[in-house]
Ligand binder design. Sequence first.
Ligand code: COA
Length: 85
Amino acid sequence: MANAGYMVHADHGGQGIARALCAYSLVAARDSGFKAMQFNAVVESNVRAVGLWQSMGFRILATIPDAFQHPTLGYVGLHVMYQEL
Ligand SMILES: CC(C)(COP(=O)(O)OP(=O)(O)OC[C@H]1O[C@@H](n2cnc3c(N)ncnc32)[C@H](O)[C@@H]1OP(=O)(O)O)[C@@H](O)C(=O)NCCC(=O)NCCS
């Protein structure tokens, strides 16, 4: 099971950098023999990230309720996102 995490500086957001990083990771993980990739904790209110990962083939396996204390929204869920390679 491969795992990855990404952070793009706000000054450079929206240019496809995270999409390119994730696409590279998926190929590298597959080529290395991993059977699947999982993101363990995607904050459900992070709609940008959730939408991006879904568009790259990840699905939400489960949502852990109230697992993250958001600074303005209060407690929100954490998605476990997964795709087979
Ligand atoms: C989430 C993050 C990695 C995205 O990085 P980025 O380089 O700006 O992302 P990209 O430009 O590759 O792609 C953003 C995509 O989200 C889409 N998007 C933007 N706002 C959206 C929204 N409100 N809902 C759904 N999709 C949205 C864009 O349309 C784009 O898709 P496209 O390629 O089809 O146009 C970046 O915002 C970040 O570092 N955030 C803080 C850390 C974080 O949340 N990391 C992810 C943890 S799971």
